[in-house]
Design a protein around this ligand. Sequence first.
Ligand SMILES: NC(=O)C1=CN([C@@H]2O[C@H](COP(=O)(O)OP(=O)(O)OC[C@H]3O[C@@H](n4cnc5c(N)ncnc54)[C@H](O)[C@@H]3O)[C@@H](O)[C@H]2O)C=CC1
Ligand SMILES: O=C([O-])CC(=O)C(=O)O
Length: 259
Amino acid sequence: MDIGLIGSGAIGQYLLKKINEDSHPELHIGHILVRNTAKYRHLEGDYGVVLHTDVEAFLASDIDMVVEAANVATVQALLPHVIRKKDTMLISVGALADEQLLVETARLAEAHATRLHLPSGAVGGLDLIQNAKTFGNLERVELTTRKPASSLTGESITEEKTVFHGKAFEAIEKFPKNMNVSIILSLAGLGINETDVRLIADPAIEKNIHEIRLAGDFGEAVLTIKNNPLPENPKTSALAALSILGTLERVPGNIRYGN
Ligand SMILES: NC(=O)C1=CN([C@@H]2O[C@H](COP(=O)(O)OP(=O)(O)OC[C@H]3O[C@@H](n4cnc5c(N)ncnc54)[C@H](O)[C@@H]3O)[C@@H](O)[C@H]2O)C=CC1
Ligand SMILES: O=C([O-])CC(=O)C(=O)O
């Protein structure tokens, strides 16, 4: 599968290493959309990619799937163009807290016979949440995220501090680089107005820890994911990059596990 990448930061460069440098047998990144070609020129030599600044030229290239690893604002701006032309995978899923964008994207995907893939990012258990909702009444979904204090606040704190407590729609507005997980959980479960979120800056940890609690007719579940951060951007968990790679590998498969 030929991939066009939007965003070449921590996740983008992880994908370039795992796919192009390690010669993945099924996947190849051939084209990258950037804003500043001079800054990323080295990627052409390092990974054999073509850089684009024009989105239409990028979409006209020989790619099967666009993978976004940039930010929420970029998804808001580009998704309606991209989904008209290509199957698309997003990691900045926080953009889909905008219900109009979600509905319009679904409409365009249907009209143009394309697909939108939303990997589970830095969390897991989306199969469980969706099944719990289908089975009957999903009553409650709560997310508590703890990150190293330096990822969330410029203050030097010695004790943990809750920097946000509220619903997912407000969490992503205030923390678009840290709360994409709250939106994928909302989309799978109870929606952005009903998903409870707490974000804690913790000076005693080095991992990004997400605890998901849910309850409904099925019973109750608690999932804790203790994520190693990506060194290039400690706000971002390595699992987010792996979830893109894993989802890309599963796209062509005829056997589906748990979805
Ligand atoms: N769904 C999830 O669970 C997770 C989502 N994320 C999200 O993934 C995204 C990428 O994360 P990182 O790689 O750590 O970020 P990063 O900040 O290291 O890299 C982002 C890159 O995108 C580029 N970029 C920004 N706007 C662009 C545009 N319009 N066109 C082309 N390139 C553009 C930047 O120059 C930068 O190179 C972020 O939005 C982050 O919040 C991160 C972790 C978990
Ligand atoms: O990587 C993480 O642990 C979560 C994150 O940044 C996000 O959801 O935006």
